[in-house]
Ligand binder design. Sequence first.
Ligand SMILES: CC(C)(COP(=O)(O)OP(=O)(O)OC[C@H]1O[C@@H](n2cnc3c(N)ncnc32)[C@H](O)[C@@H]1OP(=O)(O)O)[C@@H](O)C(=O)NCCC(=O)NCCS
Length: 207
Amino acid sequence: MTEILDLPGGVPRGPGGTGLAHGDAEGAGAPLPDLRMRPWVPTDTTELLAAFGDPAIRHYSKTVVDTAADASQFVRIRAQAWSERTGASWAITSDRGTVLGHVGIHVVDRALDSAIIGYWLLPRARGHGVAARAVRAGTTFAFRQLMLHRIELAHAVENAASCRVAERAGYLYEGTLRDAMRYTGERWSTEHLHARLVTDIDMATDA
Ligand SMILES: CC(C)(COP(=O)(O)OP(=O)(O)OC[C@H]1O[C@@H](n2cnc3c(N)ncnc32)[C@H](O)[C@@H]1OP(=O)(O)O)[C@@H](O)C(=O)NCCC(=O)NCCS
């Protein structure tokens, strides 16, 4: 069972992007036969505006994309993080290039080689195990290419689907953090903290 990130030289490919090896049991029954991951690009404005028009994505975001300028900033910040090796973010797409969602690694502390992973899917892509596959692929990339030791994943306690994504991607539950996040609307959120270490057995693929 494999999820292979094929990123020569550690550099995410351009449009057409990163292949997620597929055909394994994860996402069984998914009508999405293949997935790609590629960097966000300036021409993704429409997709980003559509994504942040979705109430669930807005509900669990710290910042939102409401204008073309916001979308440009979203792309610019992630391109800069990549060029500085302080992060890696991808648009998850179908094999036809339809944008399905986002997964991103934000390196928090280079002294500790630790980072945070985040993700969301457009409504059309939900319910087929796509997020867990993308999180696993991004995690593999981060351990191998960003040389991270620990990656944290936090989600609102009531977000059961996200909790399951964390488990499916091998992120162990470590505890509950009170008011550890403030989402849009200045809304405090109590969060489940999950994390994966580079030294962990790959629960996602070895289970
Ligand atoms: C959370 C999100 C990324 C999940 O993505 P997904 O790939 O569609 O996840 P799925 O629908 O395949 O569900 C994943 C698992 O959670 C389970 N699940 C889904 N909704 C659930 C619920 N309400 N209660 C319990 N389990 C649930 C599914 O059965 C599935 O379990 P399985 O892996 O054992 O089959 C997606 O729903 C989303 O983008 N939501 C809005 C934004 C968001 O919440 N982002 C994450 C912030 S941390």
